[in-house]
Design a protein around this ligand. Structure first.
Ligand SMILES: [Zn+2]
Length: 80
């Protein structure tokens, strides 16, 4: 299952992984972050653990140009 992070969670995500505040393609600040939670964690709920132990992947998608940046498992783990 996946879900989009809230605006508040986007800030936390950006702090942790260094991505998610601006589009890497056009610099637009309106992005959506979709996360896939790890089985058995509470990351599917708002306020849940979106750290490297809570999610298995994420995509940062630009609301303006549609560019999508994949944050893969390796990058998640590096941040942890
Ligand atoms: Zn963009």
């Amino acid at each position: 299952m996946s879900r989009d992070l809230t605006k508040e969670e986007q800030g936390k995500f950006a702090d942790m992984y260094g991505a998610g505040l601006t589009c890497v393609a056009c610099g637009n600040n309106d992005v959506s972050i979709k996360i896939w939670e790890k089985f058995g964690t509470d990351a599917a709920q708002v306020g849940g653990d979106i750290g490297p132990s809570g999610i298995i992947g994420a995509i940062v998608a630009c609301d303006l140009c549609g560019n999508a940046e994949t944050i893969d498992r390796g990058r998640l783990l590096k941040a942890g």
